[in-house]
Design a protein around this ligand. Sequence first.
Ligand code: ADP
Ligand code: 5GP
Length: 205
Amino acid sequence: MSERGLLLIVSAPSGTGKTTICRQVLKAFPHLDFSVSYTTRPRRPGEEDGRDYHFISEEEFKTRIERGEFIEWVINYDHYYGTSGKDLEEKLSRGRDVMLDVEFRGAQAIKEHYPDGVFVFILPPDLRELRSRLGKRGFESPEVIERRFNQALDEIKSIFWYDYVIFNDRLDEAVETLKAIYRAEKSRRSRLEARIKDFLTRQGG
Ligand code: ADP
Ligand code: 5GP
């Protein structure tokens, strides 16, 4: 009998390294799926429609809001972002674990529906490094980078709400820490009730 999947929610200010870390963790765990959000923001170099996001028009996004398709949605940096409730529930009910990359408001909304989700916040080692990494991403103007940096200062205030905090100083360590959190949470007894019961039945216990 399979358990419901585990929900791993990851938030971080832009430029922290979240995309880099999440991609490596996803690659390491075939049982962990990425929740592909819908967005109206333009596709960036290297991004794939359907893998990184479902890139849709504002009109289509609004239609989907009206149909109640999003379990949560926000306007962030002038663009819409949202998570499909149906896609998410379909994966979890099949026992797939799901990683969600959403900002704080989205994370709060998800917690309302999935209180046993695991909420992780990633921080840069310091703000100077954050500014430098924002620049290294290479697809934004200095004005946009400044705006993202200022929003990051605001977003960082939400860290106390999260279950886990990872400092992304050395990339390999940050990746290992997120993997360790996932593994440890998978071993919570409360998540293994069905498997334990099955084990005991088979052993005649
Ligand atoms: P985010 O998704 O949080 O906006 P990215 O994953 O795009 O961030 O990373 C931003 C930039 O910082 C990229 O150029 C990435 O290669 C770099 N980066 C990520 N983690 C580290 C790290 N630990 N040390 C140095 N550079 C890093
Ligand atoms: P980016 O445009 O850099 O990919 O993402 C900008 C911000 O939007 C990030 O903080 C990311 O976590 C957040 N985000 C991406 N998808 C969603 C979503 O579906 N819902 C919410 N609430 N935030 C999202």
